[in-house]
Write a protein that binds this ligand. Structure first.
Ligand code: SF4
Length: 265
């Protein structure tokens, strides 16, 4: 029989975590041999690291934490460019390349013939692309698996799985919309303000990166396309962002109430 290897990469977010718990419950034979991996940028939120520790305890399974060849600081201080949606070097060097190296290493060392890669794409995520297999080596060995699609698991099911397991959702959702590095350029201005309030040291560190990236440059590319981080925390700007965010939240709530009203009257 050909040697098989099963791997699930955890992001520290809801879906991949729910998939691990789902597999433990519904696919126990695979879960037993499943390797849980976290590609650690070293820049994730403290809540993410806490959540990973909790996952290990709740699942009674170790998570392999894979570090990139060079840390964010080593890369950034060599060439101080803030990553952005147009220059997303962070994902390539801190997440994608380490995952390629990790899997290649497994193939070379262990003589596995098939590598099953479990991905937490849900049944409702019809537009989301699956795993991109680039090299011939990847195409030859890797077989992506999407259990949530196969078992018709939707967004609302994910929360139920995590609640039922007793672990719940990661705590950063209380103040931030998305998972990822504390300085992720995808976060909204309100998330930056929340980061500033919750972890002023991390905000200060992100500000230092930005100051260095700006130094002596004519064109400036910071973490946020609208505000420089040192501006964003000026009381006037901060209040404006908080106020706008409250308006958006109220509007969403009113829309929801109107929809419910129409539904039940
Ligand atoms: S979370 Fe954001 S900053 Fe971190 S690697 Fe991903 S895209 Fe880059």
């Amino acid at each position: 029989m050909e040697k098989e290897y099963h791997i699930l990469s955890l992001s520290g977010g809801k879906d991949s975590t729910a998939l691990a718990f789902f597999m433990k419950e519904n696919l126990p034979e695979i879960f037993e041999k499943l390797e849980l991996v976290f590609y650690d940028t070293g820049c994730d939120l403290p809540e993410t690291y806490d959540y990973l520790n909790k996952i290990e305890i709740f699942l009674n399974k170790k998570i392999t934490r894979v570090k990139p060849a060079k840390s964010f600081d080593e890369i950034f201080y060599t060439n101080p460019i803030i990553p952005s949606p147009f220059k997303r070097w962070c994902t390539v060097l801190l997440k994608v390349q380490p995952s390629i190296d990790f899997i290649n290493n497994i193939i070379n060392k262990n003589d596995y013939k098939k590598i099953f890669l479990y991905v937490g794409i849900r049944a409702d995520e019809i537009n989301r692309k699956g795993v991109l297999l680039n090299s011939e080596l990847e195409k030859k060995y890797i077989i992506p698996q999407y259990p949530f699609k196969d078992y018709f698991i939707y967004k609302s099911d994910v929360k139920n799985i995590l609640d039922k397991a007793g672990i719940g959702i990661p705590q950063y959702y209380e103040w931030r919309a998305r998972n990822g590095c504390y300085f992720c350029f995808y976060q909204k201005p309100i998330d930056w303000i929340n980061l500033y309030k919750k972890y002023p040291d991390l905000y200060k560190k992100a500000m230092e990166y930005e100051n260095l990236a700006y130094k002596g440059k004519k064109y400036r590319f910071g973490w946020n396309s609208k505000y420089q981080l040192k501006e964003l925390i000026k009381p006037q700007i901060m209040n404006h962002i908080i106020c706008n965010n409250t308006k958006i939240l109220n509007k969403t709530e009113n829309n929801l109430q109107t929809k419910l009203y129409k539904l039940f009257t």
